[in-house]
Design a protein. Structure first.
Length: 436
């Protein structure tokens, strides 16, 4: 991409000065981060899916560059013709490079390796089907081996169940097997050593695929630490480059939004002072990232009133505590704008699970499974639950359970692209009738 940028500036007769050098370095850094987050470097069997992923990632890189240029007021230092042609040819070059690499991989593909999977449960069936559907993996699963006779008729996979563990020696010889995957549930972990000792003398590859999916996982991952394989059963997705990318996006958008919304915020503050006595802002302690207590800010939408200790009453439709200006700003979510300051100070994000009052967390945390796990990311101004109808008052336990399920789905499937889609959808639900 840097070479293409140099080429386009040369063809245009524009010197490749400091501004273009900074652009080249910034592009390289953004591509490393965004392409890694979006899985551009991961294998995909679908040509369309890979092209779409590259297009989406390249668009995100260009959008970030445009945003940075807008914020720093440096957009006029670049030739529009150079940037536009570079953007188009850059995408074409990436697709061409992918097709070349794909063809080279096809030409150097290894011979098929006869393979068996020990474990006829859900994981074993999934593993077998995934291996056989991937043309770039040399393994070819011939069949599954069940743990016992009771599993023989389950038929969970497109490959047959060839027998049980007692038959494994004969199956290895009959099918000239060179590789075996052990896909056993966690409660059968004691079998691993015995099976390994049994199979080691057969001079075949033995690969352990532990069934961790019987546990309720949260953004799990597998990596290596000091040569030791590490399986993370529950962790926040906001680590390393992911954290940097999301924080940068949050800060940029919040800064721009504050500048653009400042006239509206000043007008809102004045109308609040005129509507009823009391402060302009309402502050409240809520749980933030990893359960840390944070103070969030909103425009005051209610008349001053007192609550019983430890009790917090949610606003309801036609609540007589809400002022006339409060009804407007609650319906349009203008009352949430001061939380942009929370985003800038790092205690909140633009997108994430909505922060609930501490009293609500204590109440629902005892009644809803995994409720507190929604704090594994920063709370947000908007979220996946809000753009899917869970906005405003949660009238019953079922409604809160629905919101929590969307919050957990957001954490498990987080990506910058998901954040952008939620931001776009938020614009269409701001005037939703469920907000008050």
């Amino acid at each position: 991409m840097i070479s293409l940028l140099v080429l386009h500036t040369w063809l245009k007769g524009t010197p490749f000065d400091t501004s273009y050098r900074v652009l080249a370095i910034l592009t390289a850094l953004l591509m490393i981060v965004i392409y890694n987050v979006n899985g551009v470097y991961k294998f995909s069997t679908s040509l369309f899916e890979r092209v779409l992923t590259i297009a989406k990632s390249w668009a995100m890189v260009l959008a970030t560059i445009v945003l940075i240029a807008f914020v720093t007021k440096t957009s006029t230092t670049f030739s529009r013709e150079v940037i536009i042609t570079w953007s188009i040819t850059g995408f074409i070059a990436q697709i061409f490079s992918f097709l070349v690499v794909r063809q080279l991989q096809a030409n150097t593909k290894e011979e098929e390796i006869p393979t068996l999977v020990i474990g006829a449960e859900k994981l074993g069936a999934y593993l077998a089907d995934h291996i056989n559907s991937n043309p770039w993996i040399p393994d070819r699963v011939l069949g599954l081996i069940s743990e016992d006779d009771e599993s023989l008729a389950e038929g969970r996979s497109t490959v047959p169940i060839l027998g049980n563990i007692e038959d494994v020696d004969n199956l290895i010889a009959d099918y000239a097997v060179r590789r075996i995957y052990l896909a056993l549930p966690m409660h059968r972990a004691e079998w691993i050593k015995l099976l390994y000792m049994k199979l080691a003398d057969a001079n075949i590859d033995i690969i352990w695929a532990p069934d961790i999916f019987s546990v309720d996982l949260m953004n799990h991952s597998i990596r290596e630490l000091g040569g030791v394989p590490i399986i993370s059963l529950s962790e926040t997705p906001l680590v390393g480059s992911n954290k940097f990318l999301k924080t940068s996006l949050d800060f940029s958008i919040a800064s721009c939004a504050l500048v653009l919304a400042s006239p509206l915020m000043i007008l809102t503050a004045a109308l609040i002072k005129l509507s009823s006595p009391g402060p302009v802002f309402f502050s409240q302690q809520r749980h933030g990232w990893n359960g840390e207590i944070i103070t969030i800010y909103k425009f005051r939408s209610m008349k001053l009133h007192t609550e019983e200790d430890g009790k917090l009453t949610q606003a309801t439709k036609d609540d007589n505590r809400v002022t006339w200006i409060g009804k407007i700003i609650r319906r349009t979510s203008i009352d949430e704008l001061p939380q942009l300051f929370n985003v800038i100070d790092g205690s909140m994000s633009i997108v994430g699970p909505r922060p609930h009052a501490i009293a609500h967390n204590e109440f629902y945390g005892e009644k809803i499974k995994d409720y507190m796990r929604r704090h594994r990311v920063k709370p947000g101004l908007t979220g996946l639950a809000q753009v899917n109808g869970y906005r405003g008052e949660t009238k019953d336990l079922e409604a809160m359970e629905g919101r929590v399920q969307y919050d957990l789905a957001y954490i498990n499937n987080w990506s910058i692209w998901l954040d952008i889609k939620i931001m776009i959808k938020t614009a269409f639900v701001l005037l939703d009738k469920n907000a008050y």
